[in-house]
Ligand binder design. Structure first.
Ligand SMILES: [Mn+2]
Length: 473
């Protein structure tokens, strides 16, 4: 058997074990606070409700010993962790050992030993970072328990994978097999088109102006450049009184736009990288933020970030009321981001923003929501304000835990070959001896006690200076 067959066999055994649970038990679900985590628990919830079973769900940013100790005190017999848990498997065993629990995750594993209640592709040598999301693992698992889940929820697993940035001109093996089910059931349609954000909801000129990946010379970041470019392409930006969106372009205009963008990018590494797969949610209406998979995943993220994960779950379950409210929440989310960027603009010259050659550190304290500090650092990394390759570190305080969330990004449009931001954060954490580092090569972070912000920042300066110095020489 190959690794995929082995993984599927293992899922089957896990599903058999799940069937043996007492149907009257309330299932305690703990999931991750991002698009994928919301999709993951929604699929499980769909299964449980279809079987008239009861559940209680919590959505959290990080699972650690402290959270597990709290959970252990609760009066539940059955726990399911989705899109998290693998990194804490030994702690879970220790703290919830006398109860039933399942971990359905795709993050890096801490224990190599295969347990029947631990579903993770990495245990079988399958790359959980690229080949399948947390929602995908839950989907494959629940599909074994219900044919209806298999046909009705595949698109939710695809959105989870899109949210975790696993789509790259198509999907790999496991994600791809899930996509095929979604296609077969007419939930999703795939077409070739512009690989940009906002084709359903944003005016064309805004889509192009804010398009950083792919980068469009003279257009990205420039409103006047964008208007001039559309003019040259003979594309009218307005439809009567309304701004035109990409979905409103006719075939001829679309062709002109695509070739125009490719021409602009002729000196870039891969000029035609602007083209990619567009995933359309067939059952959603035109111009809805739920019609395009990328926008759908952003909407779910915004629910999580503004502590409205339950709305996101409602959206995944197809609840129309939740959809309306989540779309309104997206507006609030955008307002939060604008507010945060305004704070940054007004604080650039203050001591809260420290700039040096090659890096900047922004300590937003209570001024920016900790759940969006990473988003703010990402936006700044793509702005003209920041030079290529500049490290951007943002800090913001969590409200309830007396912690500070740290996020690290890197500026510019390049591929950043060899950059490992997670390693940079790990270096700082090791230097100070406190905090928990996590993330990916191009988006990393840490949680630290908030009274130790200054100590952390001082250490970060030393580590970043070293990195910047190495790059110059
Ligand atoms: Mn995930």
């Amino acid at each position: 058997m190959d690794k995929y067959e082995l993984f599927k066999e293992h899922l089957k055994e896990g599903a058999e074990e799940f069937k043996r649970l007492d149907n009257n038990d309330v299932v305690r679900i703990v999931s991750h606070l991002d698009c994928d985590g919301i999709c993951a628990c929604s699929i499980l919830i769909k299964l449980l409700t279809s079987e008239n079973r009861r559940y209680s769900v919590s959505i959290i940013q990080q699972l650690n010993e402290k959270v597990l100790k709290e959970l252990a005190k609760e009066d539940y017999n059955t726990f399911v962790f989705t899109d998290l848990g693998s990194a804490q498997f030994s702690n879970i065993k220790e703290l919830l050992g006398d109860k039933k629990f399942f971990v359905l995750d795709h993050h890096e594993i801490e224990e190599k030993e295969i347990a029947v209640n631990h579903m993770n592709p990495n245990l079988f040598g399958i790359d959980g970072g690229k080949e399948i999301s947390g929602a995908g693992v839950v989907y494959l698992f629940c599909s074994l328990l219900s044919k209806k889940i298999e046909s009705d929820m595949a698109h939710v697993a695809v959105i989870g994978a899109v949210g975790d940035v696993q789509e790259d001109n198509g999907f790999l093996e496991l994600n791809n097999s899930i996509l095929e089910v979604a296609l077969l059931n007419n939930k999703i349609k795939v077409s070739r088109g512009l690989r940009v954000f906002g084709i359903q909801t944003k005016p064309i000129h805004k889509v192009l102006e804010y398009c950083s990946n792919p980068y469009i010379p003279d257009v990205t970041g420039s409103e006047s450049g964008t208007i001039q470019f559309l003019n040259e392409m003979g594309i009218e930006p307005m439809n009567g009184k309304d701004w035109k969106k990409i979905i409103h372009l006719n075939e001829e205009e679309m062709k002109r736009l695509v070739s125009g963008i490719i021409m602009k990018r002729i000196n870039e590494k891969n000029p035609s990288d602007v083209l990619g797969n567009v995933y359309t949610l067939v059952e959603e209406v035109d111009e809805s933020p739920l019609r395009d998979a990328k926008e759908f995943s952003t909407l779910l993220n915004s629910c999580g970030r503004l502590s409205k994960a339950s709305l996101g779950i409602g959206v995944c379950l197809g609840d129309e009321k939740s959809k309306k409210r989540a779309i309104k929440n997206l507006t609030d989310y955008k307002k939060e981001i604008v507010k945060a960027l305004k704070w940054y603009e007004g604080s650039k010259e203050s001591k809260d923003v420290f700039r040096e050659k090659g890096f900047m550190i922004i300590n937003a304290k209570d001024e920016v929501l900790y759940t969006i500090i990473g988003t703010i650092a990402s936006i700044l990394s793509r702005s003209n304000d920041v030079e290529e390759g500049t490290y951007i570190m943002g800090l913001a305080r969590t409200k309830e835990e007396n912690n500070t969330k740290v996020s690290l990004r890197i500026g510019g449009k390049d591929e950043h070959e060899g950059v490992d931001l997670r390693q940079v954060v790990t270096d700082v954490v090791e230097r100070v001896g406190f905090g928990e580092a996590g993330g990916h090569p191009l988006a990393a972070g840490a949680i630290i006690p908030f009274e130790k912000e200054e100590e952390f920042i001082s250490a970060a300066k030393v580590v970043l200076r070293e990195r910047v110095g190495k790059k110059v020489s």
